[in-house]
Design a binder for this molecule. Sequence first.
Ligand SMILES: Nc1ncnc2c1ncn2[C@@H]1O[C@H](COP(=O)(O)OP(=O)(O)O)[C@@H](O)[C@H]1O
Ligand SMILES: [Mg+2]
Length: 431
Amino acid sequence: MNILLIGNGGREHALAWKMQQSPLCTTLYVMPGNAGTAEIAQNVDIALNNFAGIAHFVLDKAIALVIVGPEEPLVKGLRDFFHQSEALKDIPFVGPARLGAQLEGSKDFSKSFMQKYRIPTASSRTFTLKTLHEGLQYVEKHTLPIVLKADGLAAGKGVIISQDVAHAKQTLREMLENKKFGEASDKVVIEQYLEGIELSVFVLTDGKTYRTLPTAKDYKRIGEGDTGLNTGGMGAVSPVPFADHAFMQKVTQRIIEPTIAGLKKEGIDYIGFLFIGLMNVHGEPYVIEYNVRMGDPETEAVIPRLKTDLVKLLHHAGTQTLHEIEIEEIPEFATTIVLVSGGYPEAFEKGFSIEGAGEVSDAIVFHAGTTQNIAGRTLTNGGRVMAITALGNTLAEALAKANAGAEKIQFEKKYYRRDIGKDLGEDRGLK
Ligand SMILES: Nc1ncnc2c1ncn2[C@@H]1O[C@H](COP(=O)(O)OP(=O)(O)O)[C@@H](O)[C@H]1O
Ligand SMILES: [Mg+2]
């Protein structure tokens, strides 16, 4: 079948890499893609907000499966657009409709959903400019630290954790009065701080049933030892050693199942991936947030651990027959190290030539922010440039291979964290 994958990051390169291995895949198109997807699939230069252009392309190329990588087209209603068209509505489409995408697009919506279905999460209240006064009082009575979250999409910058009442009040004012994050902070969720270790659980649902993918932990801070500014993600490890069977059973019973049941009960059209960001608080799981897509760079660690044919899996999801397929995992560790442009997540330069990817033999090189110039050279084109994934029987072995790969690739001002996975033990990961 012909397949359209939407997106241009390391996540999409990893999905494309896996889908290309399927005998069911005829032609794979990636819209817009990057220099890595160009090597294994056909990149398509259509803007993601050009829904009419996407529709035309899908019909023209007889696309039989659409997969949406990033959240933005979903929040903007790409699935709804397909649904409203006679010609497109029966094409299997993996990605939720606009209402379901609100689980990521609005933190207030997702908190209300969790409260309604009694899914464990930090206690919270939502305030607007109208209720600013109550919000300020709420902050005063709250224990510290306190967490303030812009309701809408804020490119990973909308969450402020404050240790200080005056600072928290000031931040609340900036968000509501001065529109610090534009419309995204028209509402602010104020919540309790949860102390623990974070991990991500990924679920694929067809709206009726669900399948759980391998767990992963990502590394968000730019600096080693989890210091410095937040980034899109500097590395990932799968599986997560501390997410043992007992913990995952709690996650399934208290979080995944009520979430899927809640979506059904609300009549929310949800076919797609659901990313559940969790905090492990002394062995008890709490939801930090939902995302309506796979994580990046977690995908680059999770997908290479699937034994299951990804096209087959996604087609079952898209045709609401997920009950007919199981996910099989490769019982090895996968570690991903992200190479970034020096300066990221603040200002950085682009356009540097990338060398050495061909010499990496023991690891998979996924492209993220890359492009090809007319001469066919691969150049840096973003903050996060490449994600290097390696598998190994032990965490240490996977890390050694990924680090060796990261070392071989060269571009000016390359930076990466050398401590990915070093905080995790070996013991319990593989059951
Ligand atoms: N209630 C909380 N307690 C502790 N840390 C939190 C809490 N909420 C968010 N965080 C931290 O802030 C990060 C960003 O919050 P999140 O809700 O995931 O927003 P987004 O990814 O949209 O920026 C989380 O990954 C987590 O590290
Ligand atoms: Mg998050």
